[in-house]
Each structure stands twice: as C-alpha cells, then as structure tokens.
Design a protein around this ligand. Structure first.
Ligand code: SAM
Length: 283
C-alpha cells in the first residue's frame, strides 16, 4: 500500500505498529508517546451513567518482554520522524532505565537531550519506601540540527527578589549583575571613557562593539572596583524564567478535575502544551 501523509487533527485507532507502516519516512516534526509503563497493573475506570468500561492492560511480565514490545514501535517512530524532529517518551520508574538504554540504541546517546522529571502529585503512599511522585519523560532528537523554542514561565515575586537582588540607584528597578565574558580568547573592545579593554585571559567579550556602545548609552553597563565591566539585566526586561527539566507546575488529573474525560491514565493538557510549544512556532 502507498504510504500517505498523516491527516491533521485526526485520531487513528488500532495498533500503532501497523498504522505507522503506512506513514512516509521523515514526515513528522514531533512525537510524544505515553505508552504502557510496564507497571504490572490493569487500569480500569467505569465512566458516566452507562458505566462505560475504559481500560487497558499494563502487564508485560518481565522487562525484556516489555522492551521487545516497544522496540519495533520505536524503530517505526524513529523512521517517520524528520531529521530535525523531536521525540518524547513518557514513562515512570518501573522500566525507565531499560527504556533509556533502548532509546540510546535507536537514537544514539548524543541525541539524548533531556530527562524531564514531572512531579505528578504531592504525596503517594508506597508503603515501606519513599513515596514515588514523579514520572520521567525522555527527550531525544534525530540529529543535532533541530528546533527547540525556549519556553518561559513567570517568576514568583519571591524568586524575582532572590535572583534580581540589586536595585538600580537611579531608577529603583531590580536587576542582576551579569558577566560580559565567555570562554575562548577574543579581541579587546572599547568601553566608552574606559577605553580599550582586554578581556581576561582565555575569554572574550560576549557582545559586539555596537551592542556594547548601545548598552553603555542606556547605562546598562557598570564597572566593578577592579574596573571589570558587567551588565545590568533588569527583571522587568526578561520574559520570565526559562523552563528547566524539573516540571513542578501542574499535577496529574484528579477525580475532581474539569479536564477529566474518564481515562485512567489521562495526562494534563498543560504538559502536552509545553512539549508542543518547545517544538512548534505558533503564528
Ligand atoms: C498510559 S496510557 C496513555 C494515556 C493517554 N496519554 C491519556 O492521556 O489518556 C497507554 C495507552 O497506550 C495504548 N497502547 C498500548 N499499546 C498500543 C499500541 N500498540 N498501539 C496503540 N496504542 C497502544 C493503551 O491502550 C493505552 O491507552
């Protein structure tokens, strides 16, 4: 059968191994999978007035059986992913270390970008051990040439005060003092009245002469008592804080959640939105 592009805004039902075989090579920008975690449980919910059964089995026996089930599906997903694409595998502690090893084999360890730790709940009673409240999401790419949009979230007032602890004498604005050097020897540059300054050994000035001149005119560069230039980064000029690999902002769907559709392992929409915004530029 001829391979065809996936239709947008469509749900394909059935075994993904069969459906993926019809999808052309390198045609997909972003893959997120939330497959069974090999948790050894059967998930079952009886939903609504008619008590419709919404369930799936998450028992594969040993971990080899689970990995053998997932591997051919991952190989198909790898094939359909564009060389610039991004891939996310959502899992938990049951098999995560085996999954990581399998993904390294398929994608290559150099293309492993992140293990995202998602805090799904505040507490969990797991008997005689520490309660497990996190899932892992492995983020891989197919090459080093891929799109990644930084995602920002707003800082709390407390975080702003902590990070932007200095106050500009003239304007009263909060700022932090940022180094103007980066590793790698570079040329001297002119810093206004201070003249030509040579960067410390083994470093270069991060900015172009034009950008330095502009920042000096805007009084955003100051000099330490040793005469080292530093940049004032003002809190009100930054977009927020870039999201790191520890995701604490949203919880798993609770029984009272408005989003809840009655599927036992449903994931919150904010989690998916974050993954999508890291990849897709919205217009
Ligand atoms: C952890 S749940 C996913 C829950 C889903 N992300 C949500 O938010 O509701 C795992 C799902 O993978 C499905 N699944 C398992 N093997 C599959 C396969 N070969 N092809 C397609 N889906 C499969 C199961 O039926 C189950 O719905």
């Amino acid at each position: 059968m001829a391979k065809h592009q996936l239709k947008i805004n469509s749900i394909y039902c059935g075994d993904n191994l069969e459906i993926l075989k019809e999808v052309p090579d390198e045609s997909v920008d972003l893959v997120y999978i939330d497959p069974p975690f090999n948790s050894g449980r059967n998930y079952e919910v009886f939903w609504g007035d008619i008590q419709e059964r919404r369930a799936f089995e998450d028992r594969f026996g040993d971990v080899e059986a689970y990995i053998s089930y997932m591997r051919p599906r991952i190989l198909e997903l790898y094939r359909v992913l564009k060389s610039t694409g991004s891939f996310y595998y959502h899992c938990d502690w049951h098999s995560s270390h085996y999954i990581k090893q399998m993904l390294d084999q398929v994608f290559h360890p150099n293309n492993f970008q992140n293990e995202i730790i998602w805090r799904r709940s505040n507490s969990h009673n797991d008997g005689q051990k520490f309660g497990v409240i996190t899932d892992s999401i492995f983020f891989y790419t197919k090459s080093s040439n891929y799109t990644f949009n930084k995602v920002f979230i707003s800082r709390t007032e407390e975080e702003t005060k902590e990070e932007y602890s200095k106050i500009d004498e003239n304007t009263g604005r909060r700022y932090k003092s940022v180094s103007m050097n980066a590793p790698g020897q570079g040329e001297s540059k002119i810093f206004g009245d201070r003249g030509l300054l040579t960067p410390p050994k083994g470093t270069h000035w991060r900015w172009s002469q034009e950008r330095i001149d502009k920042a000096l005119a805007e009084e955003k560069i100051f000099f330490t008592k040793n005469g080292v230039p530093r940049y004032k980064q003002f809190a009100d000029e930054v977009e927020g804080k870039p999201v790191q690999n520890l995701w604490l902002e949203f919880r798993a769907i609770s029984s009272h959640s408005k989003e809840r559709l009655g599927y036992p392992t449903q994931k919150p929409i904010e989690l998916l939105e974050r993954i999508i915004s890291a990849r897709i530029v919205r217009t």
